[in-house]
Write a protein that binds this ligand. Sequence first.
Ligand code: G6P
Ligand code: ZN
Length: 543
Amino acid sequence: MTAFSTVDTTPFAGQKPGTSGLRATTRTFMQPRYLENFVQATFDAVGGLSGKTLVLGGDGRFFGAEAAATILRMAAANGAARVIVGRGALLSTPAASNLIRSRGADGGIILSASHNPGGEDGDFGVKYNGANGGPAPEAVTAEIHARTEALDAYRIADADAPDLDAPGEHALGDMIVEVVDPVVDYLALMKTLFDFDAIRAHFASGFTMRFDGMHAITGPYATAVLAELGAGPDTVMNAVPLPDFGGGHPDPNPTWARPLYDEMMGGNAPDFAAASDGDGDRNMILGRGVYVSPSDSLAVLAANAHLAPGYAGGLKGVARSMPTSRAADRVAAKLGVEAFETPTGWKYFGTLLDAGRATLCGEESFGTGSDHVREKDGLWAVLLWLNILAVRRQSVAEIMADHWKTYGRDYYTRHDYEAVDKTAAEALMDDLRGRLAGLPGQSVGGYTVETADDFAYTDPIDGAKAAKQGVRIGFQGGARAVFRLSGTGTQGATLRLYLERFEDDPARLALDPAQVLRPVAEAADALAGIRERLGRDAPDVTT
Ligand code: G6P
Ligand code: ZN
């Protein structure tokens, strides 16, 4: 008979889920009662666990296995019937979403801080997903936060959690802990969506690829998938997940996946390359000599998705986050399907996917996905690209040139000012917000402001509202600057400046985005006083 304890506790300040769950430094999470408080608050906020089935897993970062053991003991004490756990407490975020859906679970907990560095000196995170497999909506995360502020006790089993390296069913009190292979179900799902034979034939004809697992969770998934496709043995680099991601920053972008980026811009590049992030939901796409911006990738995937079996029937709609370029909107218009613009955060796509209004979704932050799960999915994006390349038998560069010729090009870049003084960043945003009404008609840095607003959203399905989601400045001539504070950082504040400019002159479709957007960046700085207020000369990360 397993005994359960009710342990007295007091609230921790600041246990407020952000863009994607609760993120904090690993050391913060390792404090006694910190994880327990947040997990008990989550269980309470979703109406308790009595008789429920949960999915549990994470990206393998430091403290993940210990956290999983604690959560299992708490789930048992809170009356859960079953918890399905990835072997070794591993599950990529999209694979967790898939398991919640395919097993009809009531929800799941994902242990990850996504692309934030891991290790004892890095970050950790906990995210709750609902029965649809998607991140809990704002109403639920608000309830979790409210519970954390009132919590006075948590429940936990006195017994140890079972060995999570041992597949099969184990008892923990009356609860079953079912340890499953983290890859098998996910791979089966991918086979229903993509033409593995066509991709295999493409590899057999000499097509070459490199995938950077960044020592994070997608290594094992990509290795299994690419082996099935007959890709060469050195296709996957940094394939072994490590608790600190090998000291790296597992964020697939030109800054943090620099070796891969440089290889693709160099003389001996393979035909195609991709990378994924800590928990496997992001992707970066590269061709020989070409970097595909995430906004363009969404547009190209939308325009070509019908070439893959899972999307042969066409798309219902395309959704993008507000700061993502408008490239996908023009594809949706041509396809005659709805286009949606949501706040930043994958959770905002959930209602559209559930209601069958959108098939593909994407964000400038290297996230792309579809209605096959309720998370963005890095490897899915890679496979859709591979399927398209296998059918079209063109290079990535040719596909991009053709796309821009048809739809025009949105030159796009994002400048991040990281870990800046929070008060200064908030003052910059507040000041901009205060001046919005007077901006249209004003001239800044050689550009005339045409429109200026603070993005607000009403969910077309459930009517939920979100305000203050980012300041949008539209300049005359089609350029746009968006200002937003990140909701995923753990130190100070991060200002994101998203810049874009539409171009459809056939002679101007192959320019350097940095050059095209420099004047827009300068106008944005003139408008908001970024350098002066934040005391920075240049952004820390440019994507
Ligand atoms: C996570 C979320 C995304 C979001 C991204 C950036 O990856 O899942 O939906 O776009 O973070 O969020 P941030 O608030 O840091 O810009
Ligand atoms: Zn991620």
